[in-house]
Structure formats: C-alpha cells, structure tokens
Design a protein around this ligand. Structure first.
Ligand code: PGA
Length: 252
C-alpha cells in the first residue's frame, strides 16, 4: 500500500513566536518554489501554535502541538487541552516523545489517555516510541517497542486509529548526531509494523512510521528510501528553513 511520506518538525522548546512565524513563512516560500509530494508539518512551542498556524494558512504546511492533556478543560494548572490545540488551528499532536517520558513522567498509560483525547477531537496523533542504548545493547529492543506500542494503543479499535502516525525514535539517536544505520532503521520499522499488525490488523499497512533521531539533509534521502520508513520527525535540523527544506526534498 502506498503511504504518503510525512515529514514533521519538532521544534521542542525553541524559537520565539516571531522566529516561528518567520520560519514557517520561509518554509512556505520554499515549498511554493519547489513543491513536495510529502505531507509536511511543524510542531512549535504551544504558545506559538496559533500564530504559526495563522502564518501557515494557505500553504501545504500543517501545524501540531507537542503534547496534550487528556481532559478538555478543568482545574489542571499549566496544561493544554486538545480543544485548545484545535482552536489554535493545529491538526497534529506529538505524544509520548522520549523527552516527555524521561523528564515529565509520561508512561504508556498516560500516553494512552492522551491518545484518546487527541482522537476524540480529531487531532492526528504522532505517537513516539524508542529504546535507550542500554535496552538495545541488552537485547530488549523488541520487548521495549512492543510494550510501548501495545500500551499506547490499548483499548482502541483499528477504525479509531485510522489517522495514527508512529514515530520510531531511538533515544540514543536524538540530538546526538548519531543516526541509526539505514539497515537498523528499516529492520526496526519492519518490526514495528509487525507489532502494529497484531494490534490493528490490515490497517498496519497504511499507518505511517516516521524515523526520528538526528535526521539531517545529508542522511534523510537514504533513510527515507527504505520501504518501511514513511517519513521523519526532525528536531534540530527543523529549526532552519534550508535544512528542513532539504530534508523534505529528500522525501521526493
Ligand atoms: P533530533 O530530534 O532530530 O534533534 O535528533 C528528533 C526528535 O527528538 O524528535
């Protein structure tokens, strides 16, 4: 099944509102000059989502948030809800990024709740999974990924998960300049798809699995050419228009 490549930028806690709107304007200009067949999104800091979404209007660039609470509203100081994310003009939400798991206590059970909220409000979820170096070296790669996938997706039907995107991001490759080899990426993505098959059956063939972890202009094309690599979730290299545009160009 043909899967449209999906390149998303995860801006993390970077860029001011003015810098974010300028970046999306530069990306829109670049894509107008050199259109892509890929789906493209940027995920700014929550406070910049509305302004970046407004600046992206009329361009092929979608906007996403980097996390969501599971409730629509209430006494949850400091949180943001899927209702507000949609209200701000976003279409996507990243869930379970390894930095959230590492620093903010995100567990598979919490990610499962966040996923429910995202789906309820029609946000396209990008669910992140990935192993640490110790887990990979300790032979636990498959067990870790399977636990993360089944935990995050527990209780949902294939029909509910139609829009799901998975981002496979080996923790040891995030922000380190070390990428998985092309063979490691393909092998792991194929494994992720096999686990997805066990959970959602035939839908697994149409779920996009992005690779993330030090994706750069010079390695994007090769990684994206792998049969089970359906896109990229890009951190550092998504913060400068020429770099991100070059990665998008690598998707064809
Ligand atoms: P990186 O981050 O591209 O800077 O390694 C990727 C991510 O964390 O999504």
């Amino acid at each position: 099944m043909a899967r449209q490549k999906f390149i998303a930028g995860n801006w993390k806690l970077n860029l001011t509102i003015a810098e974010g709107t300028a970046l999306v304007a530069a990306l829109a200009k670049g894509l107008a000059e050199k259109p892509t067949k890929a789906e493209v999104a940027v995920c700014p800091v929550a406070l910049a989502v509305a302004a970046v979404a407004a600046a992206a209007k009329g361009s092929p660039i979608g906007v996403g948030a980097q996390n969501t609470h599971w409730e629509d509203k209430g006494a949850f100081t400091g949180e943001l809800s899927p209702v507000l994310i949609k209200d701000a003009g976003a279409k996507y939400v990243i869930l379970g990024h390894s930095e959230r798991r590492q620093y903010y206590g995100d567990t598979d059970a919490l990610i499962n709740k966040r996923l429910g909220a995202a789906l309820k409000h029609g946000l396209v979820p990008i669910v992140c999974i990935g192993e640490t170096l110790a887990e990979r070296q300790g032979g636990k790669l498959e067990q870790v990924l399977k636990t993360q996938i089944t935990g995050a997706l527990a209780g949902f039907t294939a029909d509910q998960l139609k829009t799901l995107v998975i981002a496979y991001e080996p923790v040891w490759a995030i922000g380190t300049g070390v990428t998985a080899t092309t063979a490691q990426a393909q092998e792991t993505h194929a494994y992720v798809r096999s686990v997805l098959k066990g959970v959602v059956g035939g839908l697994a063939d149409s779920i996009r699995i992005q690779y993330g972890g030090s994706v750069k202009a010079d390695n994007a094309k090769e990684i994206l050419s792998q049969p089970d690599v359906d896109g990229a979730l890009v951190g550092g290299a998504a913060l400068k228009a020429p770099y991100f545009l070059a990665i998008i160009a690598g998707a064809g």
